[in-house]
Write a protein that binds this ligand. Structure first.
Ligand SMILES: Cc1cc2nc3c(=O)[nH]c(=O)nc-3n(C[C@H](O)[C@H](O)[C@H](O)COP(=O)(O)OP(=O)(O)OC[C@H]3O[C@@H](n4cnc5c(N)ncnc54)[C@H](O)[C@@H]3O)c2cc1C
Length: 532
C-alpha cells in the first residue's frame, strides 16, 4: 500500500493520533481549497491534518462546470488581476500539476440567427483578449490552440446538433476542461497524504480557535480536541457557520444533464450568449459517461445554506430555452436526465446586505485570505476551482507568518498530483490478478492518468475491467469499471457506496443511473472494505 492511499483504516489510525499529537496546521474543509491548503502546507514540510465534515468534494467543488478557466469572464467584469491569475493557474494545471485531468476543450460559438451580430463581434473581441491572457501565462498554442473563425461544416462536426439553417460560421476558442472536479480534489488530498497529511473525512469541526478546534467523528459521535499551531478555515459557503465574522453572498449556479447522444455526441462545447448580455453564456459541455452538462445560472441564494442545493424549475427552463436558440431541435424537459446546483462562496466585501449591493453576478470572484477577528483562524474564501493553488499559497503564507512557523517556500506549481507521474512511494502490484493492459480505455486514462494500469492490476475482486452496469442515460453503457469502485475504497478514501457513486465517480449525476448500479456498487464497496 503506498503512502498516497487513503483508507478507512488509515483514517481511524490518524484520527487517534490527532487526539494526542498536535499538528502544525489544521485545515477545516475538504473541498478544492482545503485540499489545496493541506497539500501546500505538507509540501513545505509542515505537519498537517484536514477535517472534512462529510466527504472529500462534498460541497461546491463537485457542482462546478468543471472548467479550468482562462479568465475571459473576469475580463468582462474588469477583474484583470483575477483573469491573469486564472490563466496562469490554468497553465500550471495543464502543463505541470494535473495534465492528466485537464484537456483542451474546443468551445464553439455559432454565428447563426439565434446569436445577434453584436454578440458575435463582442465574443470575437473577448476571445482575442482571452488569447492574450493565454500568451501572457506562457501557454503554447500546442496546449491551447488560438481562437479562430471556423466554417459552418467544422462547427457542425464539433457540435452536430447546432442548427445549420442560417449558420454562417462559428468562433472556435479553447479552454481547459477537467474530466471531473471531484477527481481533482481527491488527487490533491492523496498527494497531500503522500507527504504525511492526515486526511480525515466524516469529521466535523466546531469551535474553531487560533490553536485548534473541537472535532466530532460523525461515524461514532466521539469528539476530540485537536491542537494545532494554526488553523485554516476552508469551509467555503459554510464558513459563516463556524465563524460569525464571515459574510458571504452565496450565488446558486445550476446545470442540467442530458444524454450526449441527444446533441449528437459533441466533441466540443456549445456556447450560447444569454440574450441581452455581452458577457454571459450558457454552455453545453461534453462530459464523461456519455453526458452533456448544460449550465450555468447565477442566482442570489440568501438564507440558510443547504447541505445540497436544489435547482429550481425556472433555472432549468432558462438553460433549456437559451441553448435551444441555436439547436436544430429544441431541448425539452423530457431530455433532462439530471440536474444539479452549487453555491458560489462569494465574499461580501461591501458589508451586510442592505439590498443596495451589487448583484451576485457582478460580485468579484477574488479570493479573501485573512485572520479572522472572531476565531483567530486563517479564513480562505471565495475564488474558483481553477485558482485553488494560488489561494492555498496565500493562505499558507499568511498562516506561517501569523503563527511564526518555520516552513519552506511554496512549490506546488511544480508538484505533480498523483496520476501525473508514478505516485510517491508506489510499489509494483504484488500479485496482479490478470494482465489487463488491453482494458486501459481512454476513459480510464482520462480519470487516473499514470495510475490507470494500477487501478486495474491491483484489483482483487473478480471482473475488474468490466463495467459496473448499464447506464440508462441514452449511452447504454456506463464505462465505470468494477476496479474503479474497489480503487475508490482502497486508495481514495471512499467509506461507503455514496462516496463512490457521488464523488469518486459521477454516476450519481444521473439519478436513474445511480439507482441502476447502486446494489452492485454497494456490494463491491462492502467486499473492498472487508478486505482492507
Ligand atoms: C455552479 C458553479 C459552477 C462553477 N464552475 C466553476 C468552474 O467551471 N471553474 C472554476 O474554476 N470554478 C468554478 N466554480 C467555483 C468553484 O467551484 C468554487 O469556488 C470552489 O469549488 C470552492 O471550493 P471550496 O473548497 O472553497 O468550497 P467547498 O467545495 O464547498 O468545500 C468546503 C467544504 O467544507 C466542508 N465543511 C463545511 N463545514 C465544515 C465543518 N464545520 N467541519 C468540517 N468541514 C466542513 C464542506 O462539507 C465542504 O466539503 C463554480 C461554482 C459554482 C457554484
Amino acid at each position: 500500500m503506498h503512502r498516497t492511499a487513503l483508507t478507512a483504516r488509515r483514517r481511524a489510525r490518524e484520527l487517534d493520533e490527532l487526539a494526542s499529537e498536535p499538528v502544525d496546521l489544521l485545515v477545516v474543509g475538504g473541498g478544492v481549497t482545503g485540499a489545496g491548503v493541506a497539500l501546500d502546507a505538507a509540501a513545505r514540510g509542515l505537519s498537517v491534518a484536514l477535517a472534512e465534515a462529510h466527504d472529500l468534494a462534498w460541497g461546491t467543488s463537485r457542482w462546478s462546470s468543471k472548467l479550468a478557466h482562462g479568465g475571459l469572464r473576469y475580463l468582462a467584469t474588469g477583474d484583470v488581476g483575477v483573469a491573469r491569475e486564472s490563466a496562469r493557474e490554468r497553465h500550471v494545471l495543464m502543463t505541470r500539476t494535473a495534465p492528466h485531468l485537464v484537456r483542451a476543450l474546443p468551445q464553439v460559438l455559432p454565428l447563426t440567427s439565434g446569436v445577434g451580430p453584436r454578440q458575435g463581434i463582442t465574443a470575437g473581441i473577448g476571445f482575442g483578449l482571452g488569447d492574450l491572457l493565454r500568451r501572457d501565462a506562457g501557454t503554447s498554442s500546442d496546449v491551447l490552440p488560438a481562437p479562430r473563425l471556423a466554417r459552418p461544416g467544422e462547427a457542425a462536426r464539433l457540435v452536430p446538433a447546432v442548427a445549420r439553417e442560417h449558420l454562417h460560421g462559428a468562433w472556435v476558442a479553447h479552454d481547459g476542461q477537467l474530466v471531473d472536479d471531484a477527481r481533482l480534489v481527491v488527487a490533491l488530498a492523496r498527494t497531500a497524504a503522500g507527504r504525511g497529511a492526515k486526511i480525515l473525512t466524516r469529521v466535523r469541526a466546531t469551535d474553531l480557535r487560533a490553536d485548534g478546534a473541537t472535532l466530532q467523528d460523525t461515524l461514532t459521535g466521539a469528539t476530540l480536541t485537536a491542537r494545532a499551531r494554526v488553523v485554516v478555515n476552508a469551509t467555503g459557503v459554510w464558513a459563516g457557520t463556524v465563524d460569525p465574522s464571515v459574510r458571504l453572498r452565496p450565488s446558486r449556479g445550476t446545470h442540467v444533464v442530458v444524454p450526449a447522444a441527444r446533441l449528437g455526441s459533441p466533441a466540443g462545447a456549445l456556447m450560447v450568449p444569454v440574450p441581452g448580455s455581452g458577457s454571459r453564456f450558457v454552455f453545453a459541455l461534453p462530459a464523461q459517461l456519455g453526458r452533456v452538462i448544460i449550465g450555468l445560472t447565477d442566482e442570489e441564494a440568501p438564507g440558510p445554506v443547504p447541505d445540497v442545493p436544489v435547482p429550481t424549475p425556472s433555472e432549468i427552463d432558462f438553460l433549456l430555452a437559451t441553448v435551444s436558440r441555436v439547436l436544430d431541435r429544441p431541448l425539452l424537459p423530457d431530455d433532462v436526465v439530471g440536474a444539479f446546483a452549487g453555491l458560489r462562496p462569494l465574499v461580501d466585501r461591501a458589508g451586510p446586505d442592505d439590498g443596495a449591493g451589487p448583484g451576485s453576478a457582478d460580485l468579484s470572484r477574488r479570493h479573501l485570505v485573512e485572520v479572522s477577528p472572531s476565531t483567530g483562524a486563517v479564513n480562505v474564501l471565495g475564488g474558483k476551482l481553477t485558482t485553488y493553488r494560488s489561494m492555498a499559497e496565500d493562505a499558507v503564507d499568511l498562516a506561517v507568518k501569523h503563527a511564526g512557523l518555520t516552513a519552506g517556500p511554496c512549490w506546488t506549481a511544480n508538484l505533480p498530483l498523483v496520476g501525473a507521474q508514478p505516485p510517491v512511494g508506489a510499489q509494483p502490484p504484488v500479485e496482479p490478478v490478470e494482465t489487463r493492459t488491453d482494458a486501459l480505455t481512454p476513459a480510464l486514462v482520462a480519470r487516473y492518468g499514470a495510475e490507470s494500469e494500477q487501478v486495474l492490476s491491483t484489483a482483487a475482486l473478480p471482473g475488474a475491467a468490466s463495467a459496473v452496469g448499464q447506464g440508462i442515460a441514452g449511452t447504454g453503457h456506463l464505462d465505470v469499471t468494477r476496479a474503479e469502485v474497489e480503487w475508490a475504497v482502497t486508495h481514495e478514501g471512499a467509506l461507503d457506496a455514496d462516496d463512490v457513486l457521488d464523488r469518486r465517480t459521477r454516476i450519481g449525476l444521473v439519478p436513474a443511473d445511480r439507482a441502476a448500479v447502486r446494489d452492485v456498487v454497494e456490494e463491491l464497496v462492502g467486499d473492498a472494505l472487508a478486505r482492507l
